[in-house]
Design a binder for this molecule. Sequence first.
Ligand code: ZN
Length: 237
Amino acid sequence: MYKWNVLQLHEFLSFNPKLRIAEFCDECVVLEGEYDFKAQMRGYEVIAKTFSLKVIFPRAYPRKLPSVIDTSDFFPRDSKYHTYKDGSFCLGSDLKIKSILFRDQTASAFFRKIVDPFLYAVTYRITHNEFPFGELEHGEDGLIDDYEKLFEVKGKASVLKALEALGKRKREANKLACPCNCGLRLGRCDYRFFINKFRDIDRRRWFRSHLVERFTPMEKPKKKTCKAMKSAKKQMR
Ligand SMILES: [Zn+2]
C-alpha cells in the first residue's frame, strides 16, 4: 500500500491531530474526525471553526477524486451551498482539482488548495447569506466559469473547443478552430502549446467522456432569415 505514500498522511495528521485514519486499505483511505480551520481571505474576516468531516481517497486517486463529507449538519444539503444530500461537497470542477493534484498529491495540498477555500466560501455564505466573491455558479455554469479561467478563454464555445481538442490526438486537434478565438486553426496558433499541457493530466478518453457527460451541446445560433421567412410566409397566406 506504498501507493498511499503520496498523501504524506503522517505530516498532514501531525498538523490535524483531531482527524484520524478510519480506514486504510488497497481500496481507499478514509479520514474522519474534527478539522480545526482558520483562514482569512484578503479583504474579508477571519473564519475560525471546527468542522466534522469524513474524507475518502479512492483507489484510483488522484485520477479519481477524493470526496469530502460533512458529518455534522452544519452545511445545508442544498445546491446553494454546494452540498449534496449525502453531505458531500461539490468542490469544483474535476479538471481544476485534477490539475492541482497533478502538481501535488499530498493530503495537505488537497486541503490547502481545494478544501479550505471551499470551507471558507461556503461558511461565509451560511453566515452572511452571500459568497465572498460573488455567486459560485452550480452545475454546467460553474464548470464553464472554472474552465474559462483554467483554459484562459472566454465563453462556453471556447471551453467546449478546448475540451474537444484535448479529446483528440494532437494531429487531429490541430485541424480544429483555435479555442482562443484568434480565427486560426489550433495548429497555427501558439495557444496549442498552452492547451497541450493539460494532456498530462488525464487521457484523451477522459476529456471526451467529460465533455459528453457534463456539458450540453452548444445551441446553434438561429439564422437571421428565420424571422424574415416567417413574416414572409404570413404575408403569403
Ligand atoms: Zn488561437
